[in-house]
Structure formats: C-alpha cells, structure tokens
Design a protein around this ligand. Sequence first.
Ligand SMILES: *Cc1c(COP(=O)(O)O)cnc(C)c1O
Length: 390
Amino acid sequence: MIELNNSEEKIFNKINALKEKSGSHSPSVFTIKNEIKEIDIKIDACFLSNPYATDLFIDYLKKDLIKSNKLRDVLEFYPSQNSAISNFLSKKLKINSDNLLIGNGAIEIIQALLHNFVNSNIVVCIPTFSSYYEFVLPKTKVLYYQLEKKKKYQLDIKDYLNFVLKNKAKNIVLINPNNPDGGYIKKDNLEFLLKNLTHLENIIIDESFIHFASEDISNSPINYIQFFKLYRNVSLIKSMSKDFGIAGIRCGYGILNSNKVQKLLSNGYLWNSNGLSEYFFRLLINDQFYNKYEKLRKKYINEVNYFEKELSKIKQIKVYPSSANFMLIELLDGSTAENFVSKMLIKYGIYLRNCNDKIGLSGEFIRLASRSRSENKIIIDSIQKIFNYK
Ligand SMILES: *Cc1c(COP(=O)(O)O)cnc(C)c1O
C-alpha cells in the first residue's frame, strides 16, 4: 500500500489547496510549477492529448509564422469573423457553412447549447466530463444515468434507452468515447439509439476523442456527420484540443441546425476565435498537413494500445477497457488515489488525474493519458517502482 512520508505529506497539502481552487478540473501544469517549487513536473499524463500532433503543429507554425515573420500579423490584427472561418472549414467537413459554429474551444459550444436550447431536462451519463451538468441553467433538471462498474462503465444501450423513455427526457448528451473511462458506443448502436429517439429536442454528441477510436484493425477514421444529416435533433461537438494537442489556442466547433447557428451568431460569437486558432483551422484544410496528421494519429493509436497492454500486466491496478487515448485505472492494493497520484508527482514528476471528484465512480480511481513511447516507458517504470517491482 502506498503511503506518504512527512515531507511528501507537506507537499501533498499544497497540491490539495491548489486543487480546491480549480473546481472540477485539475490545476494546470503552469499553476503547479509556479506555486509548488518542490515539484518538478516532467510528464503531464493528466492532459489527454496526442503529443506527436503537437510536434507537427509546432513544425508548421515555426515555418509558416515564425521563420517567415508573419506572426506579427496574427497577433496584431483581428482574426476572421466566425462565419468566415465556417465558410472554409465547412468545405473540408462536407457540410453547409450555416451548420457550423466555431468555438473558443468546444467548451464554448457546450455552454452555448446548454444555455440556449436545453430547457426542461437532460440525461447525462456518469462518470463524465463535468461541464455537461455544471453548465446547465438552474431550470434544467439533470437526470443522471449511472454507468455500471460491473459492466466496466460501458453503456448498455437498451437499458439506457429505457431510462431515457421512462424519465420522459427531452435532451441527452453522449460523449463518444466517454471521458474519463474511454467507453465507446459502436456506430451501429449509436444509430439504433438515434432512430428510437427522434422525438427528443436535442441529442448532443461530443466527439472530442473520436480520432482515437477505431472499429477496424486499420484504424480508419470514424465520422458521425452522416448522423447529423439524418437526424434533425443531433448536434455534434468537436474539440481540437486533444487529438491535435493544441488546448492552449482554444479551437473547437459545433455542427448544429442552421437556425441554432443563426440564433447564436445574431447576438455574439463574432471574433470568439483568435489569430492562432484561425491559423490552425486553415492548416486543417491543408491536405499536406492533414495527411501527415493522419499518419501520426495512427502511430499514436498504436502507442496507446501498447501502453494499455503493458499497464494491464501490473497486478495492483485494474485497467478499464478504453477506446480513447487514456485509461481509467482502479487501484486494487488498498492505496488511495490521492496517495498514488501524489507519490507519482512528487517522486517521479509524473502528473496524473485523480478521479476522486468524479461523480459516479466508486473506488480509488485515476485517469492516465498515453504520451509518446519514451514517456510511456518512464510512466510504466515509475508505477512498477511504486509497487516495488524493481
Ligand atoms: C476536454 C473536453 C472538452 C473541451 O474541449 P476544449 O475544446 O478544450 O474546450 C469537451 N468535451 C470533452 C468530452 C472533453 O474531454
């Protein structure tokens, strides 16, 4: 069982104080580095991004903006308006531009939908990404659907459908793959749900981690846009933060009914995107960039699978099945998640997500993101050391 010594205990208290201030999200690496000098973070396995994609983006950014001296323009001038960015991006997504709303991160679209179109109630599966229940209006009732531990937190489609019907739900949100467990709803199952729920007002599908999921061995990309075209109550939400590894520049979008886009654009969201995120969206439509990205996406999925396999060999932990780039992990040796996360951070400089604050989880859980091959090796090595393997 993992326990902290006196000096570790002192640092642990400081971490806790920072955590209190960050609400239901973890304190950022910047915050920890600034506030707790004793900690030297070497690997951030808390944030859920593809590090190879970040490298690719930085390569392009250096070439296109820094070496060519165009960075000044990006910083000095206004970016394009929301609808102008939608115009070129919609072509890449093969949708009409009036169905696209660019967000300052996906979080802005989530907030916009919950504040403007979700009224009486909404079904939220737990455990989940907290914004979906924290941002609802006071009048909106959140109907929590508990994902079951004995089903390894995978969604039971028929049971879920019954729950939605029985509770006379008007709105639902599905994150696919889900955060924090990586549970994935296969496309056929998702379509079965959509077919049976055409009477709902809103079906919000958050596909922020979909680039990491696969249904075949060649890891071909999965796309839900056809569901948006077939079912009028479907809204798709997509963050760029995780799959492209660019959370800092805040890029996301929503694929929504044109009347929703129109309503939102009519009183706001004019320049909600910034110069760097416009630069990113222009890269996204560049085939050369996208082909390179696609290779790195597959390389990273392979890395994630390898990481999952190696972690599964450690007998003090249970790794839940995940189709995303992170794993929900339960500690089985009697250690608390707090002690495990603190030890990994203080002793090895590895930052993990303690899932204590996630509603709907019972047990001692952490969430661990896959990084590059070399970083994953260090993570596994450190976990083995913590459990006295070496
Ligand atoms: C991280 C996350 C978001 C927020 O994405 P941003 O684009 O960074 O705002 C939205 N949905 C889920 C499920 C997430 O995990």
